[in-house]
Design a protein around this ligand. Structure first.
Ligand SMILES: [Zn+2]
Ligand SMILES: [Zn+2]
Length: 158
């Protein structure tokens, strides 16, 4: 080493490269990169579980995150479903509630009380809501021309 020191102008650079501190720094840097890669794959797994119900799709996303360090997680960021499953479920529940609240068939036309779609009379005001099928006794909408449950002849006019 000391023999070449006088002739090689790059020797100080080589000394730094060969020094223990530099190698430890490189090793630490590599370790950090690997940790970041694994952390990203873990993040993909956690995020995918909140957005996807299909375990195969989650597996594909995590595999992409592991097989293609950084790039896989980056691509997942663009391809992932835009919504959390919990949000989708909550919205569907809200829509169903709205339909119950504003659906025409769910309120008594006389007193506006809440009624179920298969009620024959309103439990609050005893107003007639629907006619029972003469064959199968299922509640029929007045506009129906044939019973959809038993396909019997058109119900007799009221
Ligand atoms: Zn009523
Ligand atoms: Zn019927």
């Amino acid at each position: 080493m000391f023999i070449f020191a006088a002739t090689n102008p790059l020797q100080p650079v080589l000394d730094v490269y060969n020094s223990g501190a530099f190698r430890a720094g490189v090793r630490l840097g590599l370790l950090l990169i690997v940790l970041l890669w694994l952390a990203l794959a873990l993040w993909v797994y956690k995020d995918a579980r909140r957005r996807m119900a299909d375990p195969i799709l989650i597996g594909v996303a995590v595999a992409a995150g592991l097989l293609f360090p950084f790039v896989g997680a980056f691509i997942y960021l663009f391809l992932r479903p835009p919504e959390y499953l919990a949000d989708v479920r909550e919205r569907e529940l809200e829509i169903r509630l709205m339909e119950r609240r504003f659906g025409g068939a769910d309120h008594c036309p006389y007193c506006k009380a809440d009624v179920e779609a298969d009620y024959l009379v309103c439990p609050a005001c005893s107003g007639r809501l629907k006619k029972a099928c003469s064959t199968c006794q299922k509640p029929l909408d007045p506009t129906w021309r044939v019973c959809p449950y038993c396909a019997s002849a058109p119900p007799p006019p009221a």
